[in-house]
Design a protein around this ligand. Sequence first.
Ligand code: NCD
Ligand code: ZN
Length: 353
Amino acid sequence: MDSSSLTLTRPDDWHLHLRDDAALQHTVPNAARQFGRGIVMPNLATPVATTAQALSYRERILAQRPAQSSWQPLMTLYLTDNTSAAELKTAKDSGLIHGIKYYPAGATTNSDAGVTKLEGVYHLLEQLQSLGLPLLVHGEVTDSDVDIFDREAVFIDRHLAPLARTFPELAVVMEHITTREGADFVRESPAHIAATITPQHLLYNRNHLLVGGIRPHLYCLPILKRDIHQQALLQVATSGNPSFFLGTDSAPHPRTSKESACGCAGCYSHHAAMELYAEAFEREGALDKLEGFASHHGADFYGLPYNDSTITLVRESWQAPHSIAFGDTELSPLAAGDTLQWKMLEGQSLETP
Ligand code: NCD
Ligand code: ZN
């Protein structure tokens, strides 16, 4: 491989947050800059819980897509205690809904309408299994007596393992895994159980978040774990195993909401997503595995064709921006101000305030 440039099938982002309204003028072009498609999370202030809501959200998103871009938003629905089996059928029949998102109520940003008890919606999972529609899981328990660093591992034991036994053909994506337990569970499961991995969980661990002062821009959920978990994620991401693929979880929040006495959870990475993944893969000596992870495995899992264009990353030192425009405000992106070693060629330039 030429060590100064890297050309890949255009990648896809299998987990991202675009928000709504004024935010879309920035989040949509930024998503379309590097990726061919994106699985759009439904956790708006009013959850995207019906096909009708998802289709109108899709129109608002497409209205902000740059003229020359063919980037596609792949929509999802937010599962609630009140979702009906008929709604899931409508979603499947639309051909535009690619997954159903399970948030445990209260687990993360805009999850209050989430499911109160996973076992209470087993009839809906039965329906998803028969429709062949993937369940996208935020895999953390919310019990107040479970330590925040243990919430993913406990979720796997108490809920995910039983679910996988009860629904042996249900396609499941464990979104943004953060632990060795998550990596092991997916590695030992059949091919219809997969996981996405974010750039922050490959590049950082909880020391980066907490040593020498609290860094609110590294606070996301599930929270960064200790080093051994980071190493386990790097190992599976760079292993070539098709059950692991790219999902940035790029989740914009205004700077003021994060630099606060109660800072909210979410890291924004669409200013440099592929550059950040390239950095992590290069450290592992595994740049040759980046294309599978970023451009092939997710499409195979979702039964979609590969993108027919490419992107090129070149080895070039540059400084990630300190600030990115976001609606009528601005935000501090992941690795703000840091020097990165790879840069996408001919990217449409980012709007900074
Ligand atoms: C996400 C957000 O801000 O919407 N936040 C996060 O910390 N990852 C929600 C989510 O994916 O959990
Ligand atoms: Zn997310």
